[in-house]
Design a binder for this molecule. Structure first.
Ligand code: HMG
Length: 336
């Protein structure tokens, strides 16, 4: 990787800016994969447990270290995720890989606890409209419920991650104030979350709105505790991410093949595709330790099963042409 870093640092003003921002060495970025959960929850055709499990295995085999694998929400609300227990019990765990699950309430928490979990994620909304549609309660009531879950999980020794959804805009309430999001972020840290992921659930954010959000949120916490979760509805995922990286954010959520969307967020499309993210990071000389060829294969596996084209531009562009990971890295970095 050193030759990639060197050539980038010499030739690119863009990288020079990032290098200044990162001050010393270009750091690693933590990729938090949400495909098996956020990606699949929106699929209308039920995906069998063994396909979900195999996808998780392929992602781990590609080098992804954080894979959100299931949710324990009400099956009356999201039937696709109703086999969360079976998924968690079927995974052949790879040492060093984290398999968090999404939890809406104590009932879901108790079910997840029986499945050898280490980390849970709770997910209050940043807007009243979305909270009502997604959780059937107000933002305040949602925070109270999630506090009960977080208190118990912390007591039981699990890591707790927080999400805030609709951090830029809500499909029901319109634009959301960054101050509101900063306040909910603070609430989540007060509950014991080790990290808060800011979700642009309907993908309306731009580099400009992300900068405003970062300024506000980073007045209540530090960049190492924030993750960014962009849906790519308006094609702004990577530029939004770059805006976040400039503020020192080092954890990024993405979804294999660009799958995703929330059944309760009108107009939400898939997340930033993991293949596109990894290619982008290699282009910046940022080490991800992810094998892009294996990742592309994982994306094709799930797209083929769903019988739909991949949403990842990189997956589409590279396809079967290139079999060697280092060759893709060279293309990303424009090196001979
Ligand atoms: C929160 C509730 C449960 C409230 O839903 P409710 O209907 O108000 O809850 P309830 O307590 O009245 O329960 C209704 C029924 O569901 C059962 N139930 C209740 N809870 C559970 C559970 N955990 N596991 C299994 N069953 C459960 C409960 O037992 C009952 O069954 P019945 O008595 O009628 O037979 C519901 O609204 C819900 O499940 N919402 C989740 C919706 C969801 O999964 N959305 C997608 C994830 S969020 C997202 O994608 C955004 C994010 C995080 O990715 C960030 C971003 O993209 O920006």
């Amino acid at each position: 990787m050193q030759f990639v870093r060197n050539s980038l640092l010499k030739t690119s003003t863009f990288s020079a800016t990032l290098s200044r921002t990162f001050s010393t060495a270009i750091p690693e970025i933590r990729i938090y994969e949400v495909g098996p959960r956020d990606g699949l929850q929106n699929e209308s055709k039920f995906v069998p447990t063994e396909i979900k499990t195999e996808l998780i295995h392929k992602l781990a085999n590609a080098g992804i270290k954080d894979i959100e694998s299931a949710s324990f929400v009400s099956p009356k609300w999201v039937k696709q995720m109703s086999d969360g227990s079976d998924v968690m019990k079927s995974i052949k765990r790879v040492p060093g890989v984290n398999y968090p699950v999404l939890i809406p309430n104590l009932k879901g928490y108790e079910a997840a606890k029986a499945c050898n979990i280490e980390e849970i994620a709770i997910f209050p909304a940043g807007s009243e409209g979305f909270s009502q549609k997604n959780l059937n309660c107000s933002v305040e009531e949602g925070l109270k419920r999630f506090k009960l879950v977080a208190d118990q999980a912390v007591k039981d020794g699990f890591r707790v991650r927080g999400y805030v959804s609709c951090v830029v805009g809500c499909p029901y309430d319109g634009p959301i104030s960054p101050k509101t999001i900063a306040k909910i972020t603070e609430d989540l840290f007060a509950m014991g979350c080790y990290e808060v992921s800011l979700g642009d659930t309907i993908g309306v954010g731009t580099a400009g709105s992300v900068r405003k959000l970062m300024r506000e949120v980073l007045s209540v916490t530090t960049p190492d505790k924030i993750a960014l979760h962009f849906h790519d509805t308006y094609g702004q995922g990577l530029s939004n991410l770059l805006a976040g990286l400039e503020f020192g954010i080092r954890t990024v959520d993405s979804s294999i093949s660009g799958l995703g969307g929330c059944p309760y967020a009108r107009g939400a499309s898939g997340n930033l595709a993991t293949e596109d993210l990894v290619y982008f990071l290699y282009g910046l000389g940022v080490n991800t330790n992810v094998d892009l060829v294996k990742l592309i294969e994982a994306g094709r596996y799930i797209s083929n099963f769903l019988a739909k084209p991949t949403e990842s531009r990189v997956n589409r562009a590279i396809g079967d042409r290139i079999k060697n990971h280092e060759d893709i890295v060279k293309i990303a970095a424009c090196s001979p």
